[in-house]
Design a binder for this molecule. Structure first.
Ligand code: GLC
Length: 555
């Protein structure tokens, strides 16, 4: 187990979706100056790393995850000077900036791709994956993650490969020239003084070059692509080279979006000399749907949740470090996903916060999670901006659902739930903009917003502050940051309980995830540190109310 006290282990990361955080110039689109204006708020919360979703030039087909120019800031977000100012101002506030790094694919508007399309003999042709069709059809039957074939015809018998939307052509990592180009670009940004990168969809960069057909698994006649290009053997060579040529030379923090890494591969990814500082795993995040298809709910149980979360903790602990999260820009709000309707309130938000924030690893807060925001109701498919929501709706209809049923399931899962503007206050435009927002506001923003919560010592915001205080600035900090994770009371149904221990320090966390009371024995005297409700703590027994979370300090 790693014992090194790297700086990013103690960090508290806050994820910003720049388009929806704060708009400084009234164009309805959040921007860098808007983020600068909110650094005091973030400092008050107590976070010290800000991860920005992509702000590079982009046609925004996938909100910045389709980059048309890797070396410039999209004018809608501001200028390079604004970014430099943000990095400097953040440092003054004790914070580092982490940028998104999207290098599995770029935009079809990127000049590399435009050149590759225009001229078959262009050196840029090899930056992408082009293949001839097979009997007038696509080279293989894989389905892209946003629907339809992974192959897009170019009109001259050839096809290009895209893991995501057709406007996001995959980069060909087999090309050494391309790889060199990417390393140069990564170092350019790190030289600016960034804290590091969140690395997008990185386990897709290696493909099975034979592109075999797989068994059809959907009404569209296509097959899931994962066996052919998710964490495909040989990827370790590319990732090792990437890390050695860039990240490892800067001592920066990296967190990779890495679905598909088996436990046996963890050490390569997050071990002492791993490719990354930590990775996002998906065991708990995707347990609510089958095969990533939103219209196939899984009927998960608390038992599954505990198992997914705890197994992933134990796997990362054996070799390295974890990245702990419940929400991000690809997920619906956690209150809706994990808790029943009656507890989707401040107490519920504090419950979930306690549960994940004190796990072993670096915790991530997604903008608005610190206010306990819930999903936003979308009345029709036209209201969605997110291309994946539109695709999943069509997929639901194709699989035989009624329009209202498909809409209900997409509402529950839509990425737009967490992408709508941040509610700074209860005014008509939520303090987000003076203009017309790019997507609608949350109807609950009048009641749930930053302004009302900052001054309320009982708010979800204040609770997050207490969690950060406890984790980073208390006598239990070593245990809560570096201490071992150990599941306890696993024989008790619907209880998620664990200890964190470091030398003489010990913290116990109990989360009763059910509408019933639950009693647990205490084998040693303990002191109450935090809870989302009134605590019944006796000498040797703790009684937990429905959906109560309690943190105790061992003595
Ligand atoms: C990642 C991003 C997601 C994006 C996709 C394609 O999963 O988190 O938002 O749509 O990659 O870049």
């Amino acid at each position: 187990m790693q014992r090194k006290k790297d700086w990013w282990k103690a960090a508290n990361v806050y994820q910003i979706y720049p388009k929806s955080f704060c708009d400084s110039n009234g164009d309805g689109f959040g921007d860098l100056k808007g983020i600068i204006s909110k650094l005091d708020y973030l400092q008050l919360l107590g976070v010290d790393v800000l991860w920005l979703c992509p702000i590079y030039c982009s046609p925004m087909r996938d909100n910045g995850y389709d980059i048309s120019d890797y070396y410039n800031i999209d004018p809608r977000f501001g200028t390079m000077a604004d970014l430099d100012e943000l990095i400097a101002e953040a440092k003054r506030h004790g914070m580092q900036i982490v940028m998104d790094l999207v290098i599995n694919h770029c935009s079809d508007q990127n000049h590399w791709f435009q050149e590759a399309l225009r001229d078959k003999n262009s050196p840029y042709r090899d930056y992408f994956i082009f293949r001839e069709g097979k009997d007038g059809k696509a080279p293989c039957n894989w389905r892209s993650i946003f629907g339809g074939s992974v192959w897009e015809p170019t009109g001259d018998g050839a096809y290009y490969f895209h893991t995501f939307a057709k406007e996001q052509p995959d980069l060909n990592w087999e090309s050494e020239t391309l790889r060199e180009e990417l390393y140069r670009m990564v170092n350019f940004w790190l030289d600016k003084g960034l804290g590091g990168f969140r690395v997008d969809a990185i386990t897709y960069i290696k493909k099975n070059p034979a592109f075999p057909d797989f068994a059809v698994d959907g009404a569209d006649g296509l097959a899931g692509l994962n066996p052919g290009c998710q964490n495909y053997p040989g990827i370790e060579v590319f990732l090792g080279e990437l890390a050695a040529r860039t990240f490892h030379q800067h001592g920066c923090m990296t967190v990779a979006e890495a679905p598909g890494v088996p436990e046996a591969g963890m050490e390569d990814f997050v071990g002492e000399n791993g490719f990354f500082s930590m990775i996002f795993t998906f065991d708990h995040a995707d347990m609510d749907v089958l095969d990533g298809v939103w219209c196939r709910p899984s009927g998960w149980t608390v038992h599954d949740f505990r198992q997914g979360l705890f197994d992933s903790q134990l796997a990362s602990q054996r070799v390295g470090w974890a990245a702990n999260y419940l929400e991000n820009h690809d997920q619906p709000r956690s209150l809706n996903k994990y808790l029943p309707a009656e507890i989707r309130n401040a107490a519920g938000a504090k419950f979930l916060a306690t549960l994940y924030y004190l796990l072993r690893g670096t915790p991530y807060i997604y903008q608005g999670e610190e206010l306990g925001l819930v999903n936003c109701p979308f009345e029709s498919v036209e209201e969605f901006d997110d291309l994946s929501s539109v695709d999943q709706y069509a997929r639901g209809l194709e699989e035989g659902l009624s329009e209202s049923e498909a809409l209900r399931l997409v509402n529950a899962r839509s990425r737009d739930n967490s992408r709508i503007p941040f509610p700074w206050d209860g005014t008509e435009k939520a303090g987000f903009t003076t203009g017309t927002p790019w997507i609608k506001f949350h109807p609950a923003g009048k009641q749930i917003n930053a302004q009302t919560q900052i001054s309320n010592s009982d708010s979800v915001f204040s609770y997050y502050r207490q969690l950060i205080q406890l984790r980073n600035h208390s006598v239990y900090s070593d245990a809560l940051i570096y201490g071992d994770f150990r599941p306890i009371c696993t024989e008790v149904e619907n209880l998620l309980a664990y200890t964190r221990e470091y030398e003489e320090q010990k913290v116990l966390v109990f989360c009763n995830m059910q509408a019933a009371f639950c009693t647990v024995p205490l084998y040693q005297p303990a002191k109450l540190l935090l809870s989302n409700g009134n605590v019944e703590l006796e000498q040797d027994v703790l009684t937990l109310h429905p959906y109560q979370a309690v943190v105790l300090g061992g003595q």
